[in-house]
Design a protein around this ligand. Sequence first.
Ligand SMILES: Nc1ncnc2c1ncn2[C@@H]1O[C@H](COP(=O)(O)OP(=O)(O)OP(=O)(O)O)[C@@H](O)[C@H]1O
Ligand SMILES: [Mg+2]
Length: 227
Amino acid sequence: MTALIAARGLTRVLPETVPVTLVKDISLEIDPNSFVAITGPSGSGKSSLLYLLGLLDRPTNGTILVEGRDTGPMSEAERARTRLSMIGFVFQFHFLLPEFSARQNVEIPMRKMGRLAPREMRGRAEELLDALGLADHRNKRPDQLSGGQRQRVAVARALANDPPLVLADEPTGSLDSQSSEQVFEILRSLVRERGKTVVAVTHDLDMAARMDRRVHLVDGMLAEAED
Ligand SMILES: Nc1ncnc2c1ncn2[C@@H]1O[C@H](COP(=O)(O)OP(=O)(O)OP(=O)(O)O)[C@@H](O)[C@H]1O
Ligand SMILES: [Mg+2]
């Protein structure tokens, strides 16, 4: 089976006066339709790894393959296209645009992709919001929503272009336990019911235990034991 996304010897060093190594020689393969946790202490490189996997940052050494295609030689435009069609992002803080409604926020990745007519984008955004229990909140701005509702809008936005892979950096990190559980269940259902692959950084070891696989980082490196 071709990995959905694979890292080969990924190293990222920031070229400071004293160089900072964010991740070091990480190789891993993420199977399609899996629910993977990235765990590790604060500063262990979890976000850095997610940024590299999401093609938001470029490695100093090593490479990332998306469905077997090496992204190293790709131009920025090609990487951006790959990112837009293949990867959705959910961050700890939702990063929704404050002046736009929930629906408009969900339409943004579709606008960037430029494949759908405005009416189709609107319809798809509404369907996604409805599916995430936000039918009554489509026209609200982020500041009119609760934290959990905002994070569900962020999930809808991540799904806008129907990417096979969703990368989430502590998606429940700023939520109360009930909203956390709800967002977790949504991410799990993306894998179980919609065939997506979800890779989520989490500090919550109970949550990680309920996922298919745990990738543990220590000091920017993969820890030996993984299950
Ligand atoms: N721009 C930067 N300049 C200097 N050091 C950085 C920079 N970005 C990250 N680092 C350092 O790189 C290491 C890895 O950071 P990263 O944010 O990936 O860790 P993390 O595991 O996501 O941590 P957390 O759990 O706190 O979010 C940390 O030691 C961090 O301080
Ligand atoms: Mg982080």
